[in-house]
Design a protein around this ligand. Structure first.
Ligand SMILES: [Zn+2]
Ligand SMILES: [Zn+2]
Length: 427
């Protein structure tokens, strides 16, 4: 689904598969854009089997129940009359039908394990995508052909997540994400260097009596940021200071903590809720929590969608030159976070259509800690596989275009395809 749009506009184009018999639905990970309409899809295809990792199932059920609450509030504000698109009860019934699959295991579309030697039967296999907890890329094998869908991937270590381990054997068709396709890696960028730059920027902000808002996705970026702030305090780059996160983020953080010892990750003993001990804010408390200097507010949503904690809090800070808003990851260019990032100091920005535009006087800075692969990493991986066909998905048009022209040049024997929604391709 499209996380920025509302109501029917946010839904995937189900038309193209409306008359099909769908046997199985494979979920790569539990971010909203990948799992947000699963109960609707399951309603349409009640016989389909649903497969995902156990961590994705746990996170996904929490996320969908939260979506019901968010949609119910949006309905109350008359933003979308069709909301909620599904209920708590339907979410419970849906998640009972999900089947958990381990990584690196060939599984038949019927759900049974498949022997490695295998027949021509259709199988799938999950690979660790290194993006967020539970995230996968998915290999489909059948009739002697191999299709690989990357999902959202990171080929580099983050603070918690370790780099993806993806297949390097024969892949005929590669379906690859393009999120950072229009992103030029800054000269001399290293993750360690960027961490230092962020710690110093927070330190300087604190000296000015500033509080720091960091808009983050509830799943993934929140936990990465908590672990990074923990490192800053432990390495004495920064003093001890209060950190605030939102309620949904705290639920996902609990899941990271509970699964820490059985996840392939860094800092496996770090229990974020206990050791970093963030304070929890909700829709009510966000309105009057004091914006006091020397505090970090790592609030979702990452794109500062109107009415979310980060949006409400940003509107309180944006006109005050004392305060700071630091961006640390991807934001759709048309989202409030994307708009604010592009607005020069002194310019006007409308963060919520229900409120008048505001003049940007706070300190806005950008840092690069993406949970997505660099475009160079994506191209290197595609070159390693050198598949017959490459389908480019999950990117803004300029990002997809850079990937298309680069891969066309670098892999002249591969057919590079930019699929438009609803179009059928013979693979
Ligand atoms: Zn994702
Ligand atoms: Zn995504």
């Amino acid at each position: 689904m499209h996380p920025k749009n509302l109501g029917e506009d946010a839904l995937p184009n189900f038309k193209a598969i409306a008359d099909r018999d769908i046997e199985a639905i494979l979920i790569s990970h539990a971010h909203q854009d990948h799992i947000g309409t699963l109960p609707l899809l399951m309603r349409r295809f009640s016989n389909a089997r649903i497969f995902m990792t156990e961590a994705t199932a746990e996170i996904g059920s929490t996320l969908l129940h939260n979506s019901v609450n968010v949609m119910t509030r949006q309905r109350a504000r008359a933003e979308a009359t069709s909301y909620p698109l599904f209920t708590h009860r339907e979410t419970d019934r849906a998640s009972e039908r999900w089947r958990w699959c381990p990584l690196r295991q060939r599984i038949l579309i019927t759900g049974e394990r498949s022997s490695e030697s295998g027949t021509d039967a259709l199988t799938f296999e999950f690979f660790d995508a290194g993006h967020v907890l539970g995230s996968t890329g998915i290999v489909l094998r059948g009739g002697g052909r191999t299709v690989f869908y990357t999902g959202d991937v990171n080929f580099d270590n983050q603070t918690i997540m370790e780099a993806a381990i993806f297949p390097e054997g024969k892949i005929d068709i590669l379906i690859i994400e393009c999120t950072r396709g229009d992103h030029v890696k800054p000269e001399g960028w290293t993750r360690a260097g960027e961490e230092r730059r962020l710690a110093e920027a927070i330190g300087r902000a604190f000296e000015r009596g500033s509080c720091v808002l960091i808009p983050v996705f509830a799943l993934g970026k929140t936990q990465e940021m908590l672990a990074m702030l923990h490192k800053f305090r432990r390495e004495r780059l920064l003093p001890d200071f209060p950190i605030y996160i939102g309620g949904l983020s705290s639920k996902f953080t609990d899941i990271y903590d509970r699964r820490a010892h059985r996840t392939r990750r860094q800092l496996p003993r770090l229990q974020l809720m206990k050791e970093v001990a963030p304070f929890i804010l909700n829709d009510e408390t966000i309105r009057d929590v004091p914006a006091r200097g020397g505090r970090v507010y790592a609030l979702s949503s990452g794109m500062m969608i109107p009415k979310t904690l980060s949006n409400v809090f940003a509107r309180r800070l944006v006109e005050n030159p004392q305060h700071s808003i630091f961006f640390v990851g991807y934001a759709n260019p048309e989202s409030p976070a994307g708009l604010l990032r592009e607005t020069a100091a002194g310019g006007e920005v409308a963060l919520d259509p229900d409120w008048p535009p505001q003049r940007v006087r706070c300190n806005v800075q950008q840092f690069q800690f993406s949970a997505h692969a660099t475009r160079e990493g994506l191209v290197d991986y595609a070159k390693k596989l050198s598949p017959k066909k490459i389908l480019l998905v999950h990117g803004d048009p300029p990002a997809v275009e850079w990937m298309r022209s680069t891969l066309t040049d670098e892999l002249p024997d591969s057919d590079v395809i930019v699929p438009s929604p609803g179009t059928e391709f013979e693979l």
